[in-house]
Design a binder for this molecule. Structure first.
Ligand code: FCB
Length: 470
């Protein structure tokens, strides 16, 4: 995910205080509950590397990152965290830290050839990985599509081509037949907003196209792909939970004026309702086409019922809020706030946004499914000094966002778990390796992993929680 906010941290922040235990949630927090799952998340292209091994085909991110100027410093995912070779040690590290869940994604180009024939070597990699996670007692949450579309499908139009949705259903069919029984939670798509808007609407992500009409059509085909895959997953792997992951954004109005309030509403329409209305109510929000006139996608009869297939859970990714004002026409423009705490991405640290959105969704959607927070975290310019990484802003960030989750639970939202982004530093899409989101530091020259202070403190809490249950 990305925006163009300035990368500044210009306010004093609470993480400068030193506290006895700067992480542990208060005693009455729902995070101590037995059935609240705490995990860490990653994604295939961001960590695996080994892009030419064992029959893996090129993905749109291999193509995109090879184009000069598309990714900071010309970085690519060719090696990334070399997880394809180091996965056993990485799982040991995850288990050693005490994480109870792991959200990973499958690289579609690794498991099928251009004709859709299964690639056994690619499948074996994920089978071994999931078996090892199970052995360690870690709950497995698997995303089918975290942005690495096979390039040969993009060559035929990618998400602008309706046929891609059917190819996705075939892929979901293969994976759920092969991996049935070893996945606790399936997620069809990660953040369709990013795939559609950043990939086809403004060109910031692969495949790098930029037209609002493309964005809405790509979104429709993504959501259709999700809807076609859901019954397939249910049929092949009935015992697992199935859902989809949306990145949600909080928009706040720069003033109390009606025009600015409307602008904030429209910001959230394109960020949240564009995805959640079709998924939960089987229709696109009308306001979307007021914001982007003339961009109505081609929708065939029956599509919206397919898109709105019942969900067992909704995955929510949350990072920051955007302050907006009216653009004087039918839209909004961002007005960055001064004097607020920001991260290395320039994103404002705003935990209330997570709480308010969750409570708002509960009020808006009668059939809101149980929620997992499938990503939340922050980037900082972490350095290893004398073998240690003191990422105090991250500790404070995680603590404050977990408190926001607790508040939403106390307000009646059913939230079953939280996966921090990310287990380790990795390839942050258009920002390459410069932006470090991990609770484990990765030295890309040596592939050495160093557990950051945040991971130590999260781990301490996880172990204490476990001890209390025994
Ligand atoms: C999300 C992506 C994830 C990661 C975080 C920072 O948009 O799902 O892969 O890049 O942002």
């Amino acid at each position: 995910m990305a925006n163009d906010a300035p990368a500044v941290s210009d306010a004093p922040s609470p993480h400068s205080q030193s506290l006895a235990d700067p992480f542990a949630p208060p005693a009455d927090s729902s995070l101590w509950r037995k059935n609240f799952l705490l995990g860490a998340a990653t994604a295939s292209y961001q960590i695996e590397g080994a892009v030419n091994e064992d029959g893996r085909l090129p993905s749109i991110w291999d193509t995109f990152s090879a184009i000069p100027g598309k990714v900071l410093a010309g970085d690519t995912g060719a090696v990334a965290c070399d997880h394809y070779h180091r996965w056993e040690a990485d799982v040991d590290m995850l288990a050693g830290l005490g994480f109870e869940g792991y959200r990973l994604s499958i690289a579609w180009p690794r498991v099928m050839d251009t004709a859709g024939v299964p690639n056994r070597k690619g499948l074996e990699f994920y089978k071994r990985l999931l078996a090892r996670l199970k052995e360690k007692g870690i709950a497995t949450f698997v995303t089918l599509y975290h942005w690495d579309l096979p390039q040969h499908l993009e060559d035929r139009g990618g998400w602008l081509n309706r046929d891609t949705a059917y190819r996705f259903a075939d892929y979901a069919d293969l994976m759920s037949r092969e991996l049935a029984g070893s996945v606790d939670g399936w997620m069809t798509l990660n953040e369709p907003w990013c795939s559609a808007y950043l990939g086809y609407g403004n060109g910031h992500h692969a495949p790098g196209l930029a037209d609002a009409r493309y964005a809405t059509q790509a979104m429709h085909h993504l959501l259709l792909a999700h809807g076609l895959a859901m019954p397939v997953l249910r049929a092949n792997d009935p015992a697992s939970q199935k859902g989809v992951v949306a990145n949600i954004g909080r928009g706040t109005a720069n003033s109390g004026s009606a025009a600015d309030q409307r602008a904030a509403h429209l910001f959230e329409v394109q960020h949240n309702a564009w995805i959640l209305d079709p998924l939960l109510e089987g229709r696109y929000p009308r306001d979307l086409f007021e914001l982007w006139p003339g961009t109505e996608p081609l929708v065939l009869d029956g599509d919206m019922q397919t898109v709105a297939a019942p969900l067992d859970f909704l995955g929510i990714n949350y990072y920051f809020r955007t302050n907006v004002a009216s653009d004087g026409a039918h839209g909004f423009r961002e007005v960055p706030l001064q004097g607020v705490e920001r991260t290395q991405m320039g994103w404002e640290v705003y935990p209330d946004g997570l709480r308010d959105l969750l409570i708002g969704f509960k009020a808006t959607y009668r059939n809101l499914p149980p929620i997992y927070i499938t990503e939340n975290g922050m980037a900082s310019d972490d350095k290893v000094i004398d073998g240690r990484v003191d990422d105090m802003q991250r500790i404070s960030f995680l603590k404050r966002h977990l408190a926001a989750v607790d508040e939403a639970i106390k307000a009646g939202v059913e939230i079953r778990g939280y996966f921090l982004w990310s287990l380790m530093d990795n390839f942050e899409w258009a920002f390459g390796y410069e932006r470090r989101f991990g609770v484990v530091h990765v030295d890309y020259a040596t592939q050495k992993r160093t557990v950051k202070r945040s991971a130590e403190l999260v781990s301490k809490f996880l172990k204490e929680r476990k001890a209390r249950r025994e």
